[in-house]
Design a protein around this ligand. Structure first.
Ligand SMILES: Nc1ncnc2c1ncn2[C@@H]1O[C@H](COP(=O)(O)OP(=O)(O)O)[C@@H](O)[C@H]1O
Ligand SMILES: [Mg+2]
Length: 285
């Protein structure tokens, strides 16, 4: 499903002393069937941007096109329920919203809310729980009994049970241990392997970007300042220093070596390549 931001701006609390222009004239076309990472400093507008994708926020000016649906700034938008079925939005710390007495019921809540029958909702919930790797034995337990990582995955399953074409997650791995983080990233990978599914991910973790993303959007002060492939992103050392995130170890090592007089290509982004390049340079001496 195509996603296109056209001259989109968003202002919080317009016409008040608190007015704040959080998105400035965004033009952005997101590729289908890819994982797109959105990175940028805190306050750069990442969360504001992704909340437009299922019309939780509507543009102050400009428009957003998702598939055949246009979200306008100046008209009463209709058909938002259909959009919210296509675009699943997972907030930061979604596990705070688990509330049913069992895991299965919690995941069935969304489909039931979208008028599925009990049987349909159960089937969708089971499928979603399988995708996020939650064991069947846990289905009748309370979500409160789960680990942090499991809770997060159940909350994501609640969105996946609506069978969205686009999964949008805001900082999905924040606060999880390394194992929990890997499980979440792997589940996005499995989701994306299905036909016509896209993932849009707000993240601080550039190692996750390196390991999993296809494309990268960089935001700064409410503007998109870069949008290209992951490979192009990790070649932009100027941008990397501007984003205050921790760089992946391999990139840090490459840059440190180059400062010391090595001449390792920007295209080197994994450990094996890096070792190969180092050996090559040492052999020359
Ligand atoms: N509800 C709000 N009212 C006013 N300003 C807001 C609100 N939410 C966010 N902002 C401001 O908009 C800017 C972008 O915020 P946000 O999209 O949350 O950034 P990010 O997700 O990149 O950290 C920030 O300066 C933030 O303070
Ligand atoms: Mg945010």
């Amino acid at each position: 499903m195509s996603i296109q931001f056209k001259n989109l701006s968003y202002e919080y609390s317009p016409d008040t002393p608190f007015a704040y222009l959080a998105l400035k004239n965004i033009n952005l076309t997101i590729r289908e069937n890819k994982m797109t990472a959105i990175v940028g400093a805190t306050g750069s507008g990442k969360s504001t941007l992704v909340q437009h994708l299922n019309a939780l926020l509507v543009p102050t000016s400009g428009e957003l096109v998702v598939d055949d649906k246009v979200i306008y700034s100046d008209k009463k938008n209709t058909g938002l329920k259909a959009l919210r079925e296509k675009v699943g939005l997972v907030f930061q710390f979604p596990e705070a919203q688990l509330f049913e007495e069992t895991i299965l019921k919690d995941v069935m809540f969304g489909p039931l809310n979208f008028k599925k029958t009990e049987d349909e909702a159960k089937a969708l919930a089971t499928q979603a729980l399988e995708l996020v790797n939650i064991d069947r034995e846990l289905y009748n337990q309370s979500p409160l009994e789960l680990s942090g990582g499991q809770k997060r995955r159940v909350a994501i399953a609640g969105i996946l049970a609506l069978n969205p074409d686009i999964l949008v997650c805001d900082e999905p791995t924040a606060g999880l241990d390394p194992q929990g983080q890997i499980q979440i990233m792997e589940l996005f990978d499995r989701f994306k392997e299905q036909d016509d599914k896209s993932v849009i991910l707000v993240t601080h973790d550039l190692q996750d970007v390196l390991d999993y993303a296809d494309d990268v959007v960089v935001m700064a002060h409410g503007e998109v300042i870069f949008h290209d492939t992951k490979e192009a992103f990790f070649n932009r050392t100027d941008l990397l220093s501007e984003i205050q995130n921790v760089l992946p170890k391999v990139i840090q090592f490459r840059e440190a070596l180059n400062k010391k007089g090595f001449n390792i290509s920007d295209s080197v982004t994994d450990l094996e390549q890096l070792v190969y390049e180092i050996m090559k340079e040492i052999d020359h001496e």
